[in-house]
Write a protein that binds this ligand. Structure first.
Ligand code: UT7
Length: 333
C-alpha cells in the first residue's frame, strides 16, 4: 500500500482582505504594476488571530469533511515557517485545540515546500502501517514577517491555513524532493535573538557570507525576487518530471496540477515548459496571494468544496520555497 487516500480537506482564510489599491495607499505601487507581474489582486490578512488559530480551524473542517473524530488521528504534521512559538511545535497547540489526544505531533519547515514535504513524510508513515489516519495542517501567517515598507515583497504575501486528512491506499504515489542550500540567501527571515544575554558571546555574524545581510536585525522576510523567480521555473519543471518518472507516468496522464502560488508568471512558464495545458493547472493566486506552504492545501480544499475532486484522478502537487527547497508529489486519488 504505497498510495494515499484523501479522506477530507479543510481551510481557513481570514476575513480581512488587502487588495492592490490598499497597497497603493501605503506604498508607491499600483494595481497596474502588481497584477500583470504577479497575477495577484488581493490577499487575506489575519489581523486579530494567531497562526495556530487558523490551523485549528482548517484542521476541524478537514475532520468534519472526512467524518472522522479527532481521537482517531494518530499523527499531526504541521508545516509552517511562521510559527507563533519557537516551541512547542504548532502541531501540539492544534492537537490541544482539536482534541486529538491520541496523536503524535511534529512540525516541518521547508518553507513554501512544506506541504509537499509533509505529504511525503505522511506517505512513508502510512505505507509502513505505523499510522492509519494522518492529519497535515499547513498554516502560515506571513503578515508577521512581511516588511510593509518593501514594495517588492510585501505585495506578494497573505495568511491562510489548509488541512488534509489522509489514510493509506493501494493507488499510485510518487515524489521528488530536493534543496539548493547554496542559494539560501535568496529568501530568508533571520531570527532576531534581540534579548539574548549570554555573557560569553563573540562575533557570531562573521559566520554569515555572501549576499546575506548581517545588519538585517528585524524578523522580516528578505528576498532577491529575480533570483527566486529564475530558480523556481526550472525547479518546478525538474520536480514534476522526476516525480512522474518514478512511476513511469506520462505528463499527459495528469488530470490536474496544483502548484505553489508564488507568481502566476512562474506557474505559466513552468507548466508551459512541461507542456501541461493551462486548463489542467489550478490557480487561486488572484484572490489569495502567496500563503507559503498553505497555498496547495487551500487550493485543494477549494477544488474539493467545488465538487471537482474525484476518485481515480491523478493530481500533481509542485512547489518551491526558501532553502531553496523544491519538490513534487503525484497522487492518484
Ligand atoms: O514562495 C516564494 C516567494 N517568492 C517568489 O516567488 C518571488 C519570485 N519573484 C517575483 O515574483 C518577482 O521578482 C517580483 C514580482 C517579486 C518582482 O518583480 P521584478 O520584475 O523582479 O522586479 P524587481 O524587484 O527587479 O524591480 C524592478 C523595478 C524596480 O524599479 P527600478 O529600480 O527599475 O526603478 C523596483 O523598485 O520595479 C520596482 N518595483 C515596483 N514598482 C511598483 C518592485 N516592486 C514594485 C511594486 N510596485 N510593488
Amino acid at each position: 500500500m504505497n498510495g494515499i487516500k484523501i479522506l477530507g480537506t479543510g481551510s481557513y482564510t481570514p476575513e480581512f482582505t488587502a487588495d492592490n489599491d490598499k497597497f497603493s495607499e501605503i506604498l508607491d505601487t499600483s494595481d497596474e504594476w502588481i497584477f500583470p507581474r504577479t497575477g495577484i489582486k488581493q490577499r487575506h490578512i489575519a489581523t486579530d488571530v494567531p497562526n495556530y488559530y487558523m490551523g485549528t480551524q482548517a484542521a476541524l473542517k478537514a475532520l468534519e469533511n472526512a467524518g472522522v473524530s479527532p481521537e482517531a488521528v494518530e499523527l499531526i504534521i504541521v508545516s509552517t515557517c511562521t510559527p507563533d512559538f519557537f516551541y512547542p511545535a504548532m502541531s501540539c497547540l492544534i492537537q490541544k485545540k482539536i482534541g486529538a489526544k491520541n496523536a503524535a505531533c511534529f512540525d516541518v519547515n521547508s518553507a513554501c515546500t512544506g506541504f509537499i514535504t509533509s505529504l511525503d513524510i505522511a506517505q512513508k508513515y502510512l505505507a509502513c502501517g505505523k499510522y492509519k489516519n494522518v492529519l497535515i495542517v499547513s498554516s502560515e501567517k506571513l503578515s508577521q514577517q512581511t516588511d510593509y515598507t518593501d514594495r517588492a515583497s510585501s505585495i506578494l504575501f497573505g495568511d491562510a491555513a489548509g488541512a488534509v486528512l489522509l489514510t493509506a491506499s493501494d493507488k499510485r504515489f510518487s515524489s521528488y524532493m530536493r534543496a539548493e542550500g547554496d542559494e539560501f540567501e535568496a529568501l530568508y527571515c533571520k531570527i532576531n535573538y534581540d534579548n539574548a544575554n549570554c555573557p560569553w558571546y563573540g562575533d557570531i555574524d562573521k559566520f554569515y557570507e555572501n549576499r546575506f545581510d548581517t545588519d538585517q536585525k528585524r524578523n522580516f522576510l528578505v528576498q532577491d525576487g529575480k533570483a527566486v523567480y529564475k530558480f523556481a521555473v526550472n525547479a518546478m519543471a525538474e520536480a514534476v518530471r522526476n516525480a512522474a518518472a518514478e512511476e513511469n507516468l506520462d505528463l499527459s496522464e495528469l488530470d490536474i496540477v496544483i502548484p505553489h502560488q508564488a507568481n502566476l508568471r512562474i506557474i505559466e512558464k513552468a507548466t508551459e515548459m512541461l507542456g501541461i495545458p493551462s486548463e489542467k493547472v489550478y490557480t487561486n493566486i488572484e484572490h489569495m496571494g502567496n500563503v507559503s506552504s498553505a497555498c496547495i492545501p487551500v487550493a485543494l480544499d477549494e477544488l474539493n468544496r467545488a465538487g471537482k475532486l474525484h476518485e481515480g484522478m491523478t493530481i500533481c502537487f509542485v512547489g518551491f520555497g526558501a532553502g531553496l527547497t523544491y519538490g513534487s508529489a503525484i497522487v492518484e486519488t
